[in-house]
Design a protein around this ligand. Sequence first.
Ligand SMILES: Nc1ncnc2c1ncn2[C@@H]1O[C@H](COP(=O)(O)OP(=O)(O)OP(=O)(O)O)[C@@H](O)[C@H]1O
Length: 725
Amino acid sequence: MPELRSRARRNRAPNNPDPNPITQPQPAAASVDDDDDENKLSLRTLRRRRGTGQNRRGNSVYNRNNSNNKKKNDAIGGVDDRKNVRAKRSPKVIIETRSFKSEEEEEETRVLRQEVEERAMDEYDSGGRSGDKGLAAEDEGSTAPIPEKVQVGGSPMYRVDRKLGKGGFGQVYVGRRIGHASSSERTGAGAIEVALKFEHRSSKGCNYGPPYEWQVYGSLGGSHGVPRVHYKGRQGDYYVMVMDMLGPSLWDVWNNNSHTMSIEMVACIAIEAISILEKMHSKGYVHGDVKPENFLLGPPGTPEEKKLFLVDLGLATKWRDNTTGLHVEYDQRPDVFRGTVRYASVHAHLGRTGSRRDDLESLAYTLIFLQRGRLPWQGYQGENKGFLVCKKKMATSPETLCCFCPQPFRQFVEYVVNLKFDEEPNYAKYISLFDGIVGPNPDIRPINTDGAQKLICQVGHKRGRLTMEEEDDEQPKKKIRMGMPATQWISVYNARRPMKQRYHYNVADVRLSQHIEKGNEDGLFISSVASCSNLWALIMDAGTGFGAQVYELSPFFLHKEWIMEQWEKNYYISAIAGANNGSSLVVMSKGTQYLQQSYKVSDSFPFKWINKKWREGFYVTAMATAGSRWAIVMSRGAGFSDQVVELDFLYPSEGIHRRWDNGYRITSTAATWDQAAFVLSVPRRKPADETQETLRTSAFPSTHVKEKWAKNLYIASICYGRTVS
Ligand SMILES: Nc1ncnc2c1ncn2[C@@H]1O[C@H](COP(=O)(O)OP(=O)(O)OP(=O)(O)O)[C@@H](O)[C@H]1O
């Protein structure tokens, strides 16, 4: 069953050194990276922002495209190698939002905790090569025979009758009560028919004893829209849960009705499902796997046949700590996926901690599936399926997604995909969106909406004095997801004591050496490199603390032999960039604080490898892309106490702000045409001024850099790639 997110990455200790280390390079002397510099700089005021309350981490400055700012500044010269060529505006990519037309029906994929496999290209280590481990073993439980009779936890004896359903974790059968033939109880603990959910003791969910789901049913069972569990216990090899018997799932209803469902029915489902989620959320839980298969109606022919239930609580998690009442902490682990690919929220795909918004996003996809009969991301197959589905979800606007649905569906999607991690959803408002579709008389509705009526009454009561106008003020919000995709320069600036910094951009291969030699003559070393349209950008600093530096421009991404040669000479990779044509620029320096280094080139973002290296005491110290490939450099002795990754199909503004608030600062950036990745770290030695700012600009931010310099903010990292405008 679900492994709740652990905080393992905090306070991780260096362990498991590489099995075959080569001769370890000697540790370099600690670098001093805040040297004062030349005369020009003395004009600038040295302001220590720590303690001033301005631009500090709690109020991290985050600047959007600031192209209107015309202020002129005293600055150290930057050079555009194509002086007479106006810096090319990066093309704005508009992603087509048409449906994927494959006729092939996808295989439904539900994963408890999928470690997304990375297709490794190269992985090299200054201390020996290491490889990834495989996935966990398969479940064994599914083949063991189900007992004929069941009696658990003080329950009556049941004969195991026909199979009701099977999921990835359990098998559900009808249990018929033995020995009380005269009993006519249809529901409750003494019912003649119950549902028996069997989970084999060796199944994934039972590694640590009874299924985790039991615990969740203990808290939620019998509350609005959740079936009651009457008994539970272990019999032989099986854990058995005795619960209220329910009827067909919404998927069954849709499937038995020629893959259609009336709009009134879907609107009623929307109304009632929102109220069920509200109740579940009010008890501190997120369901984590909302989909048509998990909504069941009451048994046919009973008074509950029009009542909606939500089952399968095996992936439920807490969004709120019951003792403190606080929202759980935000995290992103891009290698962890929980849920069902077709209905999962984009945040779930990206491995973000589950919260209330995820259930609502999955509900939106569930409703649209029932209404339209298909979702635009069905049909993808193969090992890359999760990535492609997520990319398609990101690129599908609410308009396109809901083009065959009435207006309220689009509004609902817009509301829910714009919810922040810890934002309280406005359930009553979402319910009211669908009210116009269903008839006014609740008695003739195809689905019982009693729960929703109660919720509306409660909210109306609480908000008694609110006027409609005040309520309407809550929206609309800024759209965060479906903006225009764009490729832009992403530049990151850190506050530092005044120093000389120089930039070059649009540098062709042949001009590189000239700039670098000139910089070296002036006492500068390369601190960052980037590439746009196969031309290089170069940042050179007087405050790197390096003692010597070598670089290589190579047609490979990356050139292993050259890197290994330099490792032998005690140089460490200090900056890398890759061009779309597959060439790379690797800069290696002496005087870094690194003790050992390792790098990996991969077709997808190699979070699993990063995670493994974190456990060995390495931290990401450089990152680059070439086309859609990623290169990550990790080092021991990086001077960080913790590190996290933010990865998204757009600029992950919310995640970066949350990390900033927790003391992390961006230390590496890289982006492909599809995704932008940010590595954020907690430094062991806090700088005097922790200010960090980011900028996204279509052209190289030459004017902006000068403005930043005037405020003693210096480029710390730069890349060109996917953002959203
Ligand atoms: N109380 C019930 N009454 C009737 N049928 C039920 C009941 N509970 C579950 N089912 C049926 O059994 C199926 C599997 O149940 P459930 O989803 O709980 O199992 P699971 O192994 O956790 O599934 P999944 O792989 O979706 O997580 C359901 O889709 C449903 O059709």
